[in-house]
Design a protein around this ligand. Sequence first.
Ligand SMILES: NC(=O)c1ccc[n+]([C@@H]2O[C@H](COP(=O)([O-])OP(=O)(O)OC[C@H]3O[C@@H](n4cnc5c(N)ncnc54)[C@H](OP(=O)(O)O)[C@@H]3O)[C@@H](O)[C@H]2O)c1
Length: 295
Amino acid sequence: MTRLATRPAGGTFPLGNRVVNRMGYGAMQLAGPHVFGPPKDREAALAVLRAAVAGGVNHIDTSDFYGPHITNRLIREALHPYPEELVIVTKVGAVRGDDASWLPAFTPADLTRAVHDNLRNLGVAALDVVNLRMMGNIHTPSEGSIEEPFTVLANLQRQGLIRHLGISNATASQVAEARGIAEVVSVQNHYNLAHRDDDALIDSLAAMGIAYVPFFPLGGFTPLQSAILSDVASTLGATPMQAALAWLLRRAPNILLIPGTSSLSHLHENLEAAGLDLPEAMLAALNAIGRDRSP
Ligand SMILES: NC(=O)c1ccc[n+]([C@@H]2O[C@H](COP(=O)([O-])OP(=O)(O)OC[C@H]3O[C@@H](n4cnc5c(N)ncnc54)[C@H](OP(=O)(O)O)[C@@H]3O)[C@@H](O)[C@H]2O)c1
């Protein structure tokens, strides 16, 4: 596959000191079942990463707690030395138990270790973007000060180990608190066609020029299913997942996509979604899905 032209179909948006294509890639699906252990097909995982970059992706989302360590090592093996334009975004705030559990890890020692694990396993001297991943209620945020852990990351940034900071699974007030400590270049929260708690946050971040990166853009472990989505997709001659991604790209200019897949054919399908045009009537029909579910 050839590289996309300089004006990629989905457009671009600034992420830190770089401008990235809005269609990126999330690497979490490359680890084994339950994001734990090695992938069942290592060569296929490496091929997906190489195909993503060849297909125009210059924003990859990862964490050293995927595997753990596995996903970052796959990224390094597939792509190092990294293309100049590639931005790798990682996250810290958890470690994995032997039973694949996700354990909060927010002490200064935990966070410092996590940053060094990411540096070593990705094979870089500084991390492009590090998200402080709050644990909250696992996939939805809960209130509480982020001052202590975010200050630890801000100090590591001052030491030159991190270029830019972001925050993940965070409330609007936690985003504001973080912005009072250091510049926040991105917020990564659970959001998709059917899960729209962050509508107001997205719009306020757009006004400030801050990227919003939805995790579970396709529904994550529970893939999106909707008769309206299927109807829109078939009218467009697209798949439901492509229509769901196209809706996100239309939703706000600061949304950067990181759909996750371990499959080459799904990767190509997702990249093609950046070129889908959603007519107004279809946009309105898709908008109604989230509205129907809101409280
Ligand atoms: N900050 C956080 O707390 C957080 C949490 C979760 C995820 N993330 C990040 O967000 C990224 C995206 O989230 P995600 O990967 O969990 O969920 P997702 O992108 O919503 O969905 C991934 C699931 O959809 C399937 N899929 C992907 N493309 C498809 C297609 N075209 N047709 C049919 N099925 C398709 C994948 O299976 P196949 O592998 O079979 O394609 C996988 O099961 C992750 O990779 C990770 O980097 C961050």
